[in-house]
Design a protein. Structure first.
Length: 464
């Protein structure tokens, strides 16, 4: 029992020792873990501080990034502003270049030459056209699209002291004569432009005659072009109401129209093409008219074409009949109130007859001096008679003509049946088509001439 007890006590002691050892071991282990935990805690605290610093750094970076973004946006706005300034500058430079180009083009644009007409002239000074009209007025023409600075305009004004300064192309012109209208009509057809409906505001017509240009008649009927009264007594107030930038007229002795229009402060320019002595001199006024519509280049081309066609006819006639006394004699006259009105020597009529290969029967007789006796004495040599009256007003047949003008029976032309009157549109369109006039008369005189073999007479009608 005692041994058993000792054994038990010993066992308990051993168990206790083991327990204490275990406790000591656990304590020791716990102590060791505590140190590790303490170390870990320290690391965590250090890490937390780093995270805090990193967060602070991130916040600072975010702040800086926001600032940079704002700077970038500001820079972008600045760039856009600069780009806008650059675009505006480019536009301004481009506009300046266009203006400079227009100035250069206007300064070097096609210029007309005046070779046949005696009653107008034009010179050039930079972009200005300095025109002298049939009444010796000075008109300064400046290009409308250049919008010239006032100091340049003033310098031109001081230099030339013009009666008028007109900006071209004109947009509201008023015309006086059918010839002016027909010149513009030919420019329209030849140049492919619209002038009559776009640039002509009025015509001094008053229903005084029939229009043979259907386009003009239609524009008048529709009121696109205003009728401002007859040429001899136009309605000045109606013209003023149209606010014209050009009033193109002709003048003649005793006419008060020129003075009345000037007193109304209207821009009056005078076109007296009817006073020119040569056929091409009269037609060259198409160049004068073209100046006001900036159509000089086209007018020069049209004139050159007409000149060439006439030259072809003249050359063929000279080649066939080089001697003047071989050519037919032509009389050009009208009898009214018992008086003979023969074409004036040295006039466009004599020029037309000469160009067409004829000889004017009364070229050596002063105007108004052709008597019945003189006409009878030369009648047997007169091959062609142009009775200078329109078909509408002339006798209807050759017999009626001779019955009304007895001395014409002595003309060889009457015997041959070579008597012609004007077609109804002769006076309205003839001046604008001198090439056709020459070809017409050449066809009458030389029907087999190659240059006119296929030509149909347009402005003359034969009396049957």
């Amino acid at each position: 029992m005692a041994n058993h007890t000792k054994t038990l006590v010993l066992a308990l002691i051993i168990v206790g020792v083991i327990a204490v050892s275990s406790i000591l071991y656990s304590y020791t282990a716990l102590s060791s873990q505590g140190s590790e935990l303490k170390r870990i805690r320290g690391d965590l605290e250090a890490l937390s501080e780093k995270i805090d610093r990193l967060s602070s750094d991130i916040a600072e970076v975010s702040r800086l990034s926001k600032g940079i973004t704002e700077e970038i946006e500001s820079l972008k706005r600045g760039v856009e502003s600069v780009r806008g300034d650059v675009e505006r500058f480019k536009a301004e430079v481009s506009e300046e270049l266009r203006g400079l180009r227009s100035f250069i083009e206007a300064s070097t644009s096609p210029r007309i030459s005046v070779e046949y007409a005696r009653l107008f002239s034009v010179t050039y000074d930079g972009v200005a056209k300095v025109v002298r009209d049939a009444e010796n007025q000075v008109i300064l023409l400046l290009p409308k699209d250049l919008d010239l600075p006032q100091e340049i305009v003033d310098s031109y004004r001081e230099k030339y002291d013009p009666d008028y300064i007109i900006y071209t192309p004109v947009e509201r012109a008023v015309l006086m004569s059918a010839t002016q209208v027909s010149m513009i009509y030919r420019l329209e057809l030849e140049c492919g432009v619209d002038i009559l409906s776009r640039n002509i505001a009025g015509i001094m017509w008053g229903g005084a005659y029939k229009w043979y240009i259907d386009r003009v008649s239609d524009l008048l009927d529709r009121g696109v072009i205003k009728d401002v009264g007859g040429a001899s007594n136009p309605d000045i107030e109606s013209i003023i109401a149209l606010n014209p930038d050009l009033v193109l007229i002709y003048t003649y002795p005793g006419s008060p129209v020129f003075t009345s229009l000037k007193e109304a402060n209207l821009p009056v320019v005078v076109d007296n093409e009817y006073l020119e002595n040569s056929l091409l001199g009269r037609f060259e006024w198409i160049k004068f008219i073209s100046l006001f519509f900036n159509l000089e280049e086209c007018a020069e081309r049209v004139f050159s074409d007409v000149e060439r066609r006439i030259s072809d006819v003249v050359s063929q006639i000279k080649a066939a009949l080089p001697l003047e006394d071989e050519r037919p004699m032509v009389a050009w006259l009208l009898v009214w109130g018992g008086r003979i009105y023969a074409a004036k020597p040295g006039s466009y009529v004599e020029d037309l007859i000469t160009l067409a290969g004829g000889v004017y029967a009364f070229r050596d007789i002063p105007y108004g001096a052709v008597t019945v006796e003189l006409a009878i004495s030369r009648g047997p040599d007169i091959d062609v008679l142009i009775y200078s009256s329109s078909r509408e007003f002339a006798p209807g047949t050759l017999r009626e003509l001779v019955e009304s003008v007895d001395f014409l029976k002595y003309f060889r032309a009457v015997e041959k049946g070579s008597v012609y009157v004007f077609a109804p549109d002769y006076y309205q369109l003839g001046t604008s088509y001198p090439d056709i006039l020459v070809m017409d008369l050449a066809k009458i005189l030389y029907p087999d001439l190659a240059a006119v073999k296929d030509h149909e007479v347009r402005f003359f009608e034969k009396l049957k």
